[in-house]
Design a protein around this ligand. Structure first.
Ligand code: HEM
Length: 431
């Protein structure tokens, strides 16, 4: 189809998607991704954009070296991934450990997840003296920015149409710049992942503002999709009492008591490998959430005329779009119940093409944080369900609908969900 005079190919077939993924040099997602994410969303300055866009076949580039390192350090089993996971989840555990001690409480799930994940991630990856501890108002500022992603990336005049989010971004970049004014790698608490990716930026002579925007961008990546996926995972499980009981029974087999803690209170350990291997229904529910709310749209540019599947000619200069929503809701791919949420879908043997799972993107902009995100969401959900009895409340008696208008990687809920929490008997004293 044509958008104005721009030719756009829309690809909805997983088999063709996988062929496109294999032609990354010719059908390239990098330039559109950099223009939208680094340029429009994070407002990198022109000379930084020029350095990021630089391509060469001979040596490395800032962009290529940063990406390779991000993917390497966040690969499953790598020490930097394990370090972030352990630090973030111990922050989460400490925060859950203090809740509902004096009786039941009501939370607004989305707002609560935003707070607990933002603060635990900031502590975990940047250290205890991070910008969010120094300025508690920054939490609201961060989610105000997140609320404006569509306005910042889609509107023609973002400083007018998305003035609030644009101001929020400025404040966050300022806070990150002040924080990282001194050599960030000299900060003993900063995680090894950030320390190493900062090294690449320094090799390419980037200054503190580049680092501040880059770290701010990475910080967003840690949170903006993990929070809504956790929201939907918990929401779908709690909405369905039978599913909740079956998942709790799976978890009871893998959640073990740890050695007595100093104060003599029992503590529990949540082993993500055991959850992956021995909680098939939780895993299936999680994968179904990823399918059901995954809505990323990848845009790629065709650098030269190329045939895919030996029959479709894609012409130089055209764009290719791959929409997760279209593929994830296609009955030809997922069967006649593609529109339904089926927590058991991934329990059954399936012939679905692997490229039909688009929640983490694909090809050259495949999400490097997908393993970390999955581990965090699974263990968070396990801790939450193991620690609390959870009920829907009269204010929000049903799970909200998906807001299909936002065009983000993960569809948000149309409204927040109020939940009543009380500590479960077995964990009243545990954390
Ligand atoms: C459920 C959680 C997550 C989802 C659904 C998700 C989804 C995505 C998607 C769809 C893209 C590709 C965007 C595009 O091609 O336009 C992406 C890229 C990226 N994600 Fe994630 N993500 C998640 C969590 C994370 C986490 C925890 C990190 C932590 C570091 C992360 C880091 C990144 C980075 C750095 C990129 C950019 C890749 C590049 O430069 O090419 N993501 N993510």
């Amino acid at each position: 189809m044509f958008l104005a005079s721009q030719k756009v190919y829309v690809v909805n077939s997983p088999a063709l998607v996988s062929q496109i993924n294999r032609r990354q040099k010719v059908i390239d997602s990098n330039p559109p991704f950099l223009a939208v994410v680094h340029g429009k969303l994070f407002g990198f300055r022109d000379h930084d954009m020029a350095e990021l866009m630089r391509t060469t076949t001979e040596s490395g580039t800032l962009r290529r070296d940063s990406k390779v390192l991000e993917h390497t350090l966040l690969e499953r089993g790598m020490a930097p991934l394990n370090e972030i996971f352990t630090r973030v989840m111990s922050g989460v555990a400490d925060r859950l450990g203090t809740m509902a001690r004096e009786g039941s409480i009501t939370i607004s799930l989305e707002a609560w997840l935003r707070e607990i994940f933002t603060l635990s991630t900031a502590d975990g990856v940047i250290g205890s003296q991070n910008p969010f501890t120094c300025d508690p108002n920054l939490l609201d500022t961060f989610w105000r920015f997140e609320n404006g992603i569509k306005g910042l990336t889609m509107s023609l005049f973002p400083s007018l149409r998305a003035a609030g989010p644009s101001r929020a971004r400025q404040r966050l970049v300022q806070a990150f710049t002040e924080f990282f004014q001194d050599d960030p790698t000299a900060n003993g608490e900063i995680c090894d992942f950030l320390r190493q990716v900062a090294g690449v930026a320094r090799r390419y002579n980037r200054d503190v503002e580049y680092l501040a925007r880059y770290f701010f961008a990475i910080f967003c990546a840690f949170l903006i999709n993990t929070v809504p996926v956790t929201f939907w995972t918990i929401g779908h499980i709690v909405e369905n009492p039978e599913l909740l009981a079956r998942i709790r029974a799976e978890l009871a087999e893998v959640v073990g008591p740890m050695a007595e803690a100093e104060a003599g209170e029992p503590r529990h350990s949540f082993d993500v490998t055991a959850i992956r291997e021995r909680c098939p229904l939780l895993m299936s529910t999680f994968n179904e959430v990823l399918r059901y709310v995954g809505a990323s749209t990848s845009t790629l540019i065709v650098h030269e005329d190329v045939y895919i599947d030996e029959q479709y000619l894609l012409t130089k200069g055209a764009l290719v779009q791959i929409s997760a929503t279209a593929i994830h809701s296609d009955p030809d791919v997922w069967g006649p119940n593609a529109a339904d949420f089926d927590p058991e879908r991934f329990l059954k043997p399936s012939k679905v093409h692997p490229s039909a799972n688009r929640t983490f993107g694909g090809g050259s902009t495949l999400c490097p944080g997908r393993h970390l995100a999955a581990d965090e969401i699974l263990v968070f959900t396990a801790m939450f369900l193991h620690t609390f009895d959870v009920e829907f409340t009269a204010e929000t008696p049903r799970l909200p609908r998906r807001d299909d208008t936002d065009m983000l990687s993960i569809t948000k809920p149309t409204e927040d969900l109020m939940l009543r929490l009380s500590r479960r008997r077995a964990t009243e004293k545990a954390s």
